[in-house]
Design a protein around this ligand. Structure first.
Ligand code: CAA
Length: 258
């Protein structure tokens, strides 16, 4: 799609790939870039052929954070009144699985954006951090919340209070990242993961994502209830019947996303 200024966007079979393409500013997440990401996600969500989405960076960065030049002269009344960054939730609201492939810096809003995705794969040179404190502000798009849920209070506090970066391997140990790859192998690995995910029933995949997200966002009792109900709901699909029949008949399932 040649119509975007800040991202590159392509469809590769059942996979959508969004590449942040503002290399000179280390993919700083200006308003225009976030709007384009939202437009691409709208399109990918509408497209029934798409089963998984990859979000990645370019050059030295996944993304070096919210655009400091755009924020520099903002006033409280504007950011509060306009609920600044509210629309960033578009990524975490996506119903299809989103994989962040992080090569390079994922700082501030960039780290938060990666954590809004469902799975993070990292290149071995990637760096993660919440450096907002060093510029007199604090994380504003989930850094103090998602990081704390994933890595626990002590690690999250250390990161947000010092603003220091951590390596991909440290991020993996902390559970922020699920796997680390040599730089060149990151995107192929993310594609392979996306293809595996997209090979399953898209409707059941959506239920599965919703169930895992419930663990993240509610109490155990309520989460278990949601999980059980979604599990029951898979019995309303043809794909559940097909999956189990294929197993019994010792053949591969043919899912129809219905
Ligand atoms: N916003 C706007 N521009 C940015 C940027 C950002 N977050 N990060 C980098 N850039 C720009 C730089 O201003 C520079 O532009 P110019 O060429 O016009 O000067 C260009 O990208 C290259 O950056 P550097 O020269 O700084 O590159 P470097 O290799 O020396 O350093 C870096 C790399 C350590 C990542 C450094 O750029 C940096 O510290 N960036 C800012 C990181 C940061 O503070 N992020 C948090 C932002 S606040 C936030 O995200 C709030 C929130 O929670 C939503």
């Amino acid at each position: 799609d040649g119509s975007f200024q800040f991202i590159k966007y392509e469809k590769n079979g059942s996979i959508g790939v969004i590449t942040l393409n503002r290399e000179k500013a280390l993919n700083a997440l200006c308003d225009g870039l976030m709007k384009e990401v939202a437009m691409a996600l709208d399109d990918l969500e509408r497209d029934s052929a798409i089963g998984a989405i990859i979000l990645t960076g370019s050059g030295k960065a996944f993304a070096a954070g919210a655009d400091i030049k755009e924020m520099q002269n903002q006033e409280f009344s504007n950011v509060f009144g306009g609920n600044f960054l509210n629309h960033w939730t578009r990524i975490s609201d996506c119903k299809k699985p989103v994989i962040a492939a992080v090569n390079g810096y994922a700082l501030g809003g960039g780290c938060e954006m990666a954590m809004m995705c469902d799975i993070i794969y990292a290149g071995e040179k990637a760096k993660f951090g919440q450096p907002e404190i060093a510029i007199g502000t604090i994380p504003g798009a989930g850094g103090s919340q998602r990081l704390t849920r994933v890595a626990g209070k002590s690690k999250a506090m250390e990161m947000v209070l010092t603003g220091e970066m951590i390596s991909a391997h440290e991020a993996e140990k902390m559970g922020i990242v699920s796997k680390v790859f040599p730089t060149e192998e990151l995107l192929p690995a993310a594609l392979k993961l996306a293809e595996k995910i997209a090979s399953h029933s898209k409707i059941v995949t959506q239920m599965c994502k919703e169930a895992v997200n419930a663990a993240y966002e509610t109490t155990l009792r309520e989460g278990l209830h949601i999980e059980r109900r979604l599990f029951h709901a898979t019995f309303a699909t043809r794909d559940r019947k097909e999956g189990m029949s294929a197993f019994i008949e010792k053949r591969s399932p043919k899912f129809t996303d219905s």
